[in-house]
Design a protein around this ligand. Structure first.
Ligand code: ADP
Length: 503
């Protein structure tokens, strides 16, 4: 029996039922560390499937919105427990499908469980405010209400955490969801949806449609039932979604999280060992496939040579290999396309005159999509390697004369997601916090750190201003009703009412 014959066929989840896509076609999902291993066959959905999912989400809107938030929270809490219980299994599936190490895959799965628990708790929190009114008998208050149907379009690099940090708040605040995961990671998406379904979500509240974004993206975004789109992915697609939503007559709320080109600044007074460890983690974990990954290091000339020498040695020692093995530091890139794109960038860096200190394509690890952790020097700030998001294990190191220059160069890209500085000087740290264009700022820690209950999002081209995660998520996933309730309107009739009515 071939591997193909053994692999399971997975289905869409629409209106509470697992079902095939209408066109009857599926696509293979392969392990990027070992592309001969087929993990499953996933539905290649068509526009008709999107329409079914939208109808289901629209049909479930009213009953879900009218349910007590506490009851919604109880379901999310149950899902968090299911995911925690299945963390080894889901983490392993994630690793097989996406290629990050098992430690990272399981960690991400547990993070999803934590996010669900957080939003379960949020359902018992305040959803509005009481305001004084100029009329003493007017009870004036605001209430946050759901948007309706939310489309969640997600990337492959955090295949459970990102969908969860969109779906959990969407559901907690009373929206229904159509979830379109990345083509490359439908298995993790299916396991997430399975866990939420098992936790007791009513039919239609969460619907999963797998397949190509190019093929069904338009149908999702333009569907008349959609009230909001939450998207994480490339700038190109994000901006196109934004334009489509703006053109819509109905008003569709859009949230975008996109690229990054995240800098670290290493000051002359930095704890160099800490700066090295954190820069390597930020640049290389998940093979650099994080929107918050470190991709530029601006290092003070006073410590530049020592930093570059130690960095090159340490990065050269990172172990590339099977991401399921406990000894592996870096797995493969997610796909051949992604590998080729990163290898192209390495070639561009060399052609532009950069010096490749360590790294490059790894040809000695079978047919998996491996790229060695790569360090470049000799890159100038305007070169493509210093400007464009590479989304791979590639770090460019540039010397700077001081913090002012470091800051100017750090800000000289279109992105503004995360940034970090290594320094012991309080004034330097606070100046950095004040002047850096980044939504997430680290002092003496890596650019990729992000806690699940803290607001997440970027500045400039990285984001559309609204923040995900934590308490701020309520702002995107709800809209505000302002209520003026005059409770004394019946006063003139009071005599005619029952005696003893309060006056
Ligand atoms: P990445 O480089 O992370 O894959 P993409 O922006 O290509 O970023 O993909 C992110 C998500 O957007 C994926 O789920 C993908 O299927 C989806 N997508 C791609 N093209 C479109 C489109 N034209 N409309 C809607 N969604 C799309």
């Amino acid at each position: 029996m071939t591997a193909t014959a053994k692999a399971k066929t997975y289905q869409n989840y629409i209106g509470g039922e697992w079902r095939d896509a209408s066109g009857g076609t599926t696509s293979e999902n392969r392990n990027p560390a070992r592309p001969s291993e087929i993990l499953g066959h996933f539905q290649s959905s068509e526009v008709a499937d999107v329409e079914r999912a939208m109808d289901a989400a629209h049909g479930a809107r009213d009953s879900w919105r009218k349910l007590s938030p506490i009851a919604r929270g109880n379901i999310l809490y149950k899902a968090s427990q299911i995911i925690e219980r299945r963390a080894d299994e889901i983490g392993e599936a994630l690793t097989r499908e996406e290629g990050k190490t098992f430690k990272e895959g399981k960690g991400e799965t547990l993070r999803a469980s934590t996010i669900l628990r957080f939003f379960a708790g949020e359902t018992a929190q305040s959803i509005g405010e009481r305001l004084p009114s100029s009329n003493p008998t007017t009870f004036l208050y605001t209430e946050r209400v759901p948007l309706g149907v939310v489309a969640a379009i997600t990337p492959w690099n955090f295949p459970i955490a990102i969908p969860t940090w969109k779906i959990a708040p969407a559901l907690a605040y009373g929206n229904t969801v159509v979830f379109k995961p990345a083509e490359l990671t439908p298995l993790t998406a299916t396991l997430l949806v399975e866990s939420l379904a098992e936790a007791g979500l009513p039919p239609g509240v969460l619907n999963l449609v797998t397949g190509s974004g190019r093929r069904i993206g338009d149908a999702i975004v333009r569907h008349p039932a959609v009230n909001a789109i939450t998207f994480t992915g490339s700038n190109e697609v994000g901006k196109a979604l934004y334009r489509q939503a703006l053109e819509s007559e109905r008003g569709v709320k859009v949230q975008l999280e996109m690229g990054g080109k995240n800098p670290v600044i290493v000051n002359r007074d930095a704890d160099l060992d800490l700066a090295l460890t954190q820069t390597i983690n930020g640049a290389m974990m998940s093979s650099g496939q994080k929107c918050t990954a470190t991709s530029r290091a601006f290092v003070h000339r006073a410590v530049y040579d020592e930093f570059v020498e130690k960095l090159t040695q340490r990065v050269g020692r990172l172990r590339l290999g099977d991401p399921l093995a406990a000894t592996t530091d870096l797995g493969p890139l997610v796909s051949a396309t992604q590998r080729d794109s990163v290898v192209d960038y390495i070639g561009i860096g060399q052609r532009e005159g950069g010096e490749l200190l360590t790294g490059g394509k790894a040809d000695d690890l079978g047919d998996g999509y491996f790229v060695k952790p790569t360090i470049f020097t000799g890159i100038t700030p305007e070169m493509r390697l210093a400007q464009e998001e590479i989304f791979g294990p590639v770090l460019v190191v540039l010397p700077v004369d001081g913090m002012e220059e470091g800051l100017t160069l750090a800000n000289s890209v279109k992105y503004g997601l995360s940034a970090s500085i290594f320094t012991r000087d309080i004034a330097t740290a606070f100046s950095f916090i004040r002047d850096i264009d980044a939504g997430i700022i680290h002092i003496n820690s890596e650019t990729a750190g992000a806690e699940p209950h803290a607001p997440f999002g970027g500045m400039k081209a990285s984001s559309s201003f609204s923040r995900e995660q934590g308490k701020t998520a309520v702002e995107f996933f709800t809209q505000v009703k302002t209520v003026y309730f005059d409770w004394a309107y019946q006063t003139p009739l009071a005599d005619k009412e029952e005696p003893g009515a309060p006056s």
